[in-house]
Design a protein around this ligand. Sequence first.
Ligand code: APR
Length: 239
Amino acid sequence: MDKQNLPKIVVLTGAGISAESGIRTFRDSGGLWEEHDIMDVATPEGWQKNPALVTKFYNSRRSQLLSVEPNPAHLALTRLQQFFDVKIVTQNVDDLHERAGNKNILHLHGELIKARSEKHTELVYEIGYREIALGETCEKGFQLRPHIVWFGEDVPLIVEASKYVVDADILIVIGTSLNVYPAAGLLYHAPYGCEKYLVDPSEHQVDNLFRLRHIKTAAGEGVPALVEELINRYFFQQG
Ligand code: APR
């Protein structure tokens, strides 16, 4: 079937999609923000105050990527993309979408495997899984910092993400507490009539407001099932 006649799908992911790969979420019990103060490690002020601490925090999260693998939820999105026009907007800074073979990915909050100049934000470098060292500079001589959007910083890709959502026929939200804006506000951009799903085991306040169908399971179970449901509906049940 011609992809042009098929619904356009936007997938918004959060930390929950990577939980079953072994990457901790932020706000669940045992989440990262229980152990670390957001102000210390995820703000420009924290970076100014103690760059060594911030660098260590992200170095260790980056090296953790070497020991984790995409899970069935990430892989199901690759399958979904074989059938539909699918854009993925992720709040995650890991590279599990890419490693699962997903395409068209916007990393709203940056990427662990990149570093950038603390002064010239356009100077971004692929660093893979290695550490950033204090004293390591961009070509203009300024310290490299993690390519992460910290609290209080602009989210430049939100504009493009909103354009995707405005145009969506189906919006699938996976594994996010929807606590952090502007990412959470993307739901408000979904057009009237857009079919919306939330795959997340926890209760969410948004259900009624957005008329989401809440699939209350772990992503590794709920996403593959939803993907098969959509493929069956559009490819195998048309008369
Ligand atoms: N499958 C699906 N969802 C899950 C799973 C799972 N196996 N395990 C946990 N979850 C859900 C939780 O129920 C929760 O709703 O994942 C969500 C995780 O929420 P947060 O920890 O708040 O993560 P997220 O929404 O991605 O955080 C947004 O906050 O600190 C920042 O920049 C960071 O991008 C992050 C942003």
